[in-house]
Write a protein that binds this ligand. Sequence first.
Ligand SMILES: O=C(O)CCC(=O)C(=O)O
Ligand SMILES: [Fe+2]
Length: 292
Amino acid sequence: MQVIKQIQVSRWDEPFTNDIQSEAIAATESGKILLFPTLPFTLTPDEQRFLSPIYVDSKAKNISYNSVTDVLRSAKCSEEEYKNLKAMLQRFSTHATLLVKHLLAPYASALRMGRTSYRPIEISGRVSSYRKDDTRLHVDAFPATPNQGQRILRVFSNINPHGQERFWRVGESFMGVAKRFLPAVRKQLLGERTLLKTFHITKTYRTEYDHIMLQIHDRMKADLAYQKNAPQSDVRFAPGSSWIVQTDHVSHAAMAGQYVLEQTFYLPVNAMQNPEHSPLHILETLTGRTLT
Ligand SMILES: O=C(O)CCC(=O)C(=O)O
Ligand SMILES: [Fe+2]
């Protein structure tokens, strides 16, 4: 399968015809990456000083912004810089929202805002536990933030000033991933979700869906033979390009690159044009159970 659908656009607030909107929705729901090769997010001269890894707290891999609480996390900087960094992430968040609402207009009223992140640390050579290692193929599932079946839709933009691409590997379809890893998923223990929530390990209940997605995420990353032998292709995102991808069903690994901005959105499955493509529907079909 072709993993990329290219869309020519040069403004974040560009309107799209109904035909382009429908094609984009069909493509993203079937597991393609929507790539905008000529859609740069341009930093202001003042913001360019943030093109350095020194602004990230040493324990974190990126700086994140929560637009609901208006809090910027993991930034290591002066008060003045904090304000400016926050403004930069807010600006990206606004741009990403405009793009998604224009291109994926039927989703607009149902989308919920997630985190905005700034990733100024080179990925390759970054050391972490295997679970946190995004250079291994995986589908996204967040341990502390159960999404309870909702889709994870992310907008990325490569703002690298040195001509460096963001290099990803993209793996097999979600159906392929699910069939391969479901048999190894351990059962969620009785009372596990209540315990996790009571001790604030999760923000809301980890449904059986979240449990299975996390298990699949971890088992994919732990399986080195799978990492090497699974069907996959290389994808390179040039600086000045942006892309949209539903990372809960597109198997992906970020191999190299520095300086990316990212906005996460959550989308209820019933707002999709084709809910059968959702990981929730696929997992419910394969297990024969309701999972949320
Ligand atoms: O930073 C990237 O390019 C993607 C890393 C990743 O796997 C993710 O954010 O889900
Ligand atoms: Fe990921």
